[in-house]
Design a protein. Structure first.
Lengths: 265, 376
C-alpha cells in the first residue's frame, strides 16, 4: 500500500512536469483554428511545421541557433579548460580570481546587454553571427571554467606528477594525461554550454537582426499584433527542445561515466 | 653514478610551518634506503623534493654529484612509484609503460623491446593490452613498477608502494623489490611507515619525525641502538617497554629502581657510561623479547608481573602485564607459545639487562654508551 502511494505520487509528479510539453506537442499537431479546443485531439495536421519553415524562415533561424550555440562552445571550451586547470592546480589569482569569475554570473543579464551592444557596435559586429558567438562565449566562459575546475580538482595530482617524472612538461601532462582523463567532464560542460546558448533570448533579441535571429527570438516574433499563433509557437517549441532532449541524454551518460576509472588504487 | 645528497634541505609552508627541516643525507650509488616515520613526518615530502615535484625552501640537492635545485622533474632521470600507482587510466598497460620512453623520443622498435623486457621481468606479458581499470591491485602495482623500470632511471623513488596491497601480496612484493634491487643495482629510496618493510628491505633506514631525520643507520644497528624513545618504540612490534624509574647507587653497583620492591641491576660494563645519571629519574627501555619466562643465565634479573592479558599469536605469546605495585606500569613480554598464565595471576619473569637502554627522562634521548654489537 505504501509502495502504491509512493508510485502514485511519482506518477503525479511526472504528469505535472510532462503535461506542458506534451500539450505543446499536441497543439503543434492540430490546426490553428482548433488549438484552443478542449478536445484532446480534434484533428491532425503538419501545417504548423511546414508553415514555420515555408513562411517564417524557421530553417534559417534553426541553423543560426546551431551555429551560435556550437560556435560559442567551441570558442569558450578551450579557454575554460585552461583557466579551470590553472585555478584547480596552480592557485592562479588566488581566491579572488575564482570569486571574480563566479561573481560575473551574479550580475543580471540586463546589466550586460547594453555594454555588449556598445562593444559590438564599435566592432561592427551587431546583427552578425560572429558577434553573437563572441558574446555567448564570454557569457559561457565563467560557468564552464567553474565546472571544469571541479573536474580537474578531481584528477589525482599523482598522475600529473607521474607524467612529469616520465618526461612530460607541465603542459604535456595537462595535454596528454589530464585532458583525456577529463573528456567526460569536457563533454558535459560542452553540452551545458550548448544548452545555455541555445536557450538564450535577451542578448539574441538585442544583438541579432532579421537575418541572424535565433530560435527564441523567432518564436517570440510569432506573437504578432494579430494575436499569438499558438499552434505555430507550439510547433516551434517542439523543434526547439529537440536538440536539448538529445543533448541531455548525452550529458547523463558522460556524467555517470566515472572520472578516473581505475587509474589509482 | 646516482648518489643522492641532501644538504640542509628544508620545506617551509606558506603558514611558516616546517614540513621538512634541515635534512642532511648522502645516499650512495646503488644503495637501498628506507625513509621511515609516522604519517605527516615529512618523509613523502622529502621524496617529492628529490623527485623535483615539490619545491625546496632551503638547502642543496645533488643527484650524481650535479646540483638539481632548479632542474625540472623530467630532467632528473629519476622514476617515482606512487602509493596510488597513478597509472594513466585511458592508456593500456603497454602505453603506460611506453609513455616515459615516448616522451624522451626513443625509437618505437627500442620502446617495444624495452617494454617487452620489463613486462617479462614482472610477469605482465599477458596484460599489456589491458587498461588499468581491468587489473587487480597487485597487477597495477607491477605496472607502476614496470613503468619506472623501462626508463632505466638512475634512481627509483618509491612512495609507500606496498601500502594498498593485502598482507600476503605485500610480503611477496617486499621480496620482489629486494630481488629487483639486486638485479638492477640502482639507487632506491623507499618511503614507508611499515617497520617490517623498513627492517627487511633496505641497506639503511632513515627515521623521520616532525620533519627531522632523527636517526640513520643499518636496520639492525638502529634497532639495537635507538637514538631516543621514539625510535625505540616505533621500530618494533610490540614496542619497547619504557619504564619510568630512578637510577641509584647500591654498593658498588647501579640499579634501576622501578618502585620500592622492584629494581634491576645495570650490568657492570655499562656502569661507567651510566653513572653520570645516578641519583636522578631515568627511563629504562626493555624490549619485549628480552623478557623470558625462565632464567637461562645467572645475570638475568627477576621481576614479578601481574597478568593483564595474553595474546596468543600461534608461534609466540605476547603477555601484557603490570609491573610494580605503587604505580603499576604496563609492559609487554614476548614469551614462548607454551607459556600460559591466567589473567590477574602473578607471574615470575626474567629480564636480560644487557641490551637494556637508559633514556633521559626529560628529552627522551638515549644515554650514550658503546653500541651493542649486532650479529651479522
Amino acid at each position: 500500500m505504501r509502495k502504491f502511494g509512493l508510485h502514485f505520487g511519482l506518477i503525479l509528479a511526472c504528469v505535472v512536469v510532462l503535461l506542458p510539453p506534451l500539450w505543446a506537442l499536441r497543439t503543434s499537431l492540430v490546426p490553428e483554428s482548433m488549438s484552443y479546443s478542449t478536445e484532446i485531439f480534434p484533428a491532425f495536421t503538419l501545417d504548423n511545421y511546414t508553415g514555420l519553415f515555408a513562411k517564417n524562415r524557421f530553417g534559417t533561424f534553426y541553423v543560426n541557433s546551431l551555429i551560435v550555440a556550437l560556435g560559442s562552445v567551441i570558442v569558450a571550451l578551450p579557454f575554460a579548460a585552461c583557466t579551470g586547470y590553472a585555478f584547480a592546480r596552480f592557485r592562479t589569482g588566488g581566491r579572488f580570481a575564482r570569486f571574480a569569475v563566479l561573481a560575473t554570473q551574479m550580475l543580471p543579464p540586463v546589466a550586460l546587454v547594453l555594454p555588449a551592444f556598445a562593444l559590438l557596435r564599435g566592432a561592427g559586429l551587431t546583427n552578425s553571427l560572429p558577434g553573437l558567438i563572441l558574446v555567448y562565449s564570454a557569457l559561457n566562459l565563467p560557468f564552464l571554467t567553474w565546472i571544469l575546475m571541479g573536474f580537474f580538482e578531481g584528477v589525482p595530482v599523482d598522475m600529473e606528477w607521474a607524467a612529469m617524472t616520465d618526461g612530460a612538461t607541465a603542459w604535456g601532462a595537462f595535454w596528454r594525461i589530464v585532458l583525456p582523463i577529463s573528456l567526460p567532464g569536457l563533454a558535459a560542460a560542452g553540452v551545458l554550454g550548448f544548452i545555455l546558448s541555445w536557450n538564450e533570448f535577451l542578448f539574441a533579441l538585442v544583438l541579432s537582426g532579421p537575418q541572424t535571429a535565433t530560435i527564441p527570438v523567432s518564436l517570440a516574433a510569432l506573437q504578432t499584433s494579430n494575436g499569438v499563433q499558438i499552434a505555430k509557437v507550439s510547433a516551434g517549441v517542439v523543434l526547439a527542445i529537440l536538440p536539448l532532449v538529445i543533448a541531455s541524454r548525452f550529458i547523463q551518460r558522460f556524467i555517470i561515466q566515472g572520472l578516473t576509472f581505475g587509474g589509482v588504487k | 653514478m646516482a648518489s643522492i645528497e641532501l644538504d640542509r634541505v628544508s620545506k617551509i609552508y606558506a603558514n611558516g610551518a616546517y614540513g621538512v627541516r634541515d635534512v642532511d643525507l648522502k645516499i650512495e650509488d646503488g644503495e637501498f634506503v628506507i625513509f621511515l616515520g609516522p604519517s605527516g613526518c615529512g618523509k613523502s615530502t622529502t621524496l617529492r623534493m628529490i623527485a623535483g615535484l615539490e619545491s625546496m625552501s632551503a638547502g642543496d640537492l645533488r643527484i650524481g654529484g650535479r646540483s638539481v635545485n632548479n632542474v625540472a622533474p623530467r630532467d632528473r632521470n629519476v622514476a617515482v612509484v606512487f602509493q596510488s600507482y597513478a597509472l594513466y587510466p585511458h592508456m593500456s598497460v603497454w602505453h603506460n609503460m611506453a609513455f616515459g620512453l615516448k616522451m624522451r623520443g626513443v625509437a618505437l622498435s627500442e620502446i617495444d623491446s624495452k617494454v617487452a623486457k620489463a613486462a617479462d621481468l614482472l610477469g605482465l606479458n599477458h596484460l599489456l593490452q589491458r587498461k588499468p581499470g581491468a587489473l587487480s591491485g597487485g597487477q597495477r602495482q607491477r605496472v607502476a613498477l614496470g613503468r619506472a623500470i623501462v626508463r632505466e632511471p638512475e634512481a627509483f623513488l618509491l612512495d609507500e608502494p606496498l601500502s594498498n596491497l593485502d598482507a600476503q601480496l605485500r610480503a611477496e612484493m617486499r621480496l620482489e623489490l629486494v630481488k629487483l634491487h639486486r638485479r638492477l643495482g640502482r639507487t632506491i629510496v623507499h618511503v614507508t611507515h611499515d617497520q617490517v618493510e623498513a627492517m627487511t628491505m633496505g641497506d639503511r633506514i632513515c627515521i623521520m619525525r616532525e620533519g627531522r631525520m632523527i636517526q640513520t643507520g643499518r636496520p639492525l644497528d638502529v634497532y639495537a641502538n635507538p637514538a631516543d624513545t621514539f625510535v625505540a618504540r616505533f621500530l618494533a612490534t610490540p614496542p619497547m617497554n619504557l619504564i619510568p624509574a630512578r637510577l641509584e647507587h647500591e654498593g658498588e653497583k647501579l640499579v634501576v629502581r622501578i618502585d620500592s620492591e622492584t629494581s634491576v641491576t645495570v650490568p657492570d660494563k655499562h656502569y661507567l657510561p651510566y653513572v653520570q645519571k645516578a641519583g636522578g629519574p631515568i627511563t629504562a627501555g626493555i624490549r619485549a623479547e628480552d623478557i623470558y619466562e625462565t632464567r637461562e643465565r645467572p645475570d638475568w634479573q627477576h621481576i614479578r608481573v601481574k597478568v593483564v592479558a595474553v595474546e596468543a599469536l600461534g608461534a609466540e605469546n605476547i603477555l601484557i602485564g603490570q609491573l610494580g605495585r605503587d604505580k603499576p606500569i604496563e609492559i609487554q613480554a614476548r614469551l614462548g607459545r607454551h607459556v600460559f598464565a591466567p589473567v590477574d595471576s602473578m607471574i615470575d619473569l626474567y629480564v636480560d639487562v644487557e641490551p637494556m637502554h637508559l633514556f633521559d627522562s626529560e628529552t627522551g634521548k638515549a644515554v650514550a654508551r658503546p653500541p651493542l654489537p649486532v650479529g651479522r
